[in-house]
Write a protein that binds this ligand. Structure first.
Ligand code: SF4
Length: 330
């Protein structure tokens, strides 16, 4: 479908931001979707071409397209769906969230390569809350003063939006804090632009004394194509721990069959299913929500169909709690 760029930055520069262009590339008639296009004012559309290449042409209901296509449903206001469902807009330092005792989250970069319509941070004021380089010394002091923290989670936006050099400098600083053992990335960028798995980044991670965990964000088996599998093999071969978290999304992956296929496909490419999150009630995403009672048979179906190591933990995050809440439906 596309000639890919060899560098991720060049591919990023070709990201599609116009929903009409997105549909046209997929040979989908744009007339019936005119009413949806305005939702880009609520949250911009961003879809990299390697992600579009995994979608089925002519299918307006493609499960990957539905995750990224603006929809008029986003204008519907629904009780309980708010701008900041996890009360994250307050942080200990700009760009630093310390919600859990042993882990601290650094918001390394504002923005993502892809804008997922269900994102719980779609209203997040990144401008006030991103970690800029001037604040790095303060972050290191904070880590030094909090010996309970043993893991640094790099998030965003998407932390891999930062350049390899930027990440290598930040990791080198974090390494100076003796009680930090692990560094964990939460990223969707390699899923939408596999070229982001560069040799330079891989080498930085390999040379670090910190154990690296990459938590990818994949919601549907169709997101894992051969291109992604090839690039992921670089990390697999270097024994970087690869985990996945998904969000349970109405009309996209809310069936036993789809989630079993996702777990099987993840394992084929060396990723273990880690979490499946119930949707955070963020304004504009109510059309992706399914109530707990509708999900009982899905959770039971997964337990029946999959070996335990391929069943992701079901969880929801709740504002103010010291850990994610496990979700056991019955
Ligand atoms: S990649 Fe993650 S943080 Fe970025 S828009 Fe998607 S869900 Fe949100």
């Amino acid at each position: 479908m596309f000639e890919y760029e060899s560098s991720w930055q060049k591919e990023l520069a070709k990201t599609i931001t116009d929903p009409k262009v997105l549909l046209t590339l997929l040979d989908i008639n744009t007339e019936q979707s005119e009413g949806d296009f305005a939702a880009r004012q609520l949250f911009p559309v961003r879809v990299p071409r390697p992600f579009i290449a995994k979608m089925e042409k002519g299918n307006i209901n493609d499960p990957l397209l539905k995750q990224v296509m603006a929809s008029a449903l986003e204008f519907e206001e629904k009780a309980g769906f708010v701008a900041d469902p996890l009360a994250e807009h307050e942080s200990v330092l700009p760009g630093v969230l310390h919600k859990y005792k042993s882990r601290v989250l650094l918001m390394v970069k504002t923005g993502c390569a892809v804008n997922c319509r269900y994102c719980f941070r779609r209203h997040f004021p990144y401008q006030e809350n991103s970690l800029n380089k001037q604040n790095w010394p303060k972050v290191i002091t904070y880590l030094q003063n909090n010996p309970d923290i043993n893991e640094v989670v790099l998030s965003g936006g998407d932390p891999l939006m930062a350049s390899d050099k930027h990440l290598s400098e930040l990791i080198a600083l974090i390494e100076t804090v003796d009680h930090i053992k692990r560094i964990r990335f939460h990223t969707r960028l390699p899923v939408v632009i596999p070229q982001r798995i560069t040799s330079e980044l891989t080498q930085t991670l390999l040379n670090s004394r910190l154990k690296t965990i990459m938590v990818l964000h994949i919601n549907h088996a169709n997101e894992i194509d051969e291109l992604l599998a090839q690039y992921l093999s670089k990390w697999r071969n270097h024994k970087i721990t690869l985990l996945n978290q998904s969000v349970l999304l109405k009309g996209i992956n809310d069936s036993v069959e789809t989630l079993v296929e996702l777990s099987e496909r993840l394992f084929e490419v060396g990723i273990l299913p880690y979490y499946i999150h119930l949707l955070d009630k963020v304004a504009g995403a109510a059309h992706f929500y399914r109530a707990d009672e509708e999900l009982v048979s899905i959770q039971q179906g997964l337990l029946a169909e999959l070996p335990g190591f391929l069943v992701p933990k079901w969880a929801r995050e709740e504002a103010g709690l010291l850990s994610k809440s496990p979700v056991v439906l019955s």
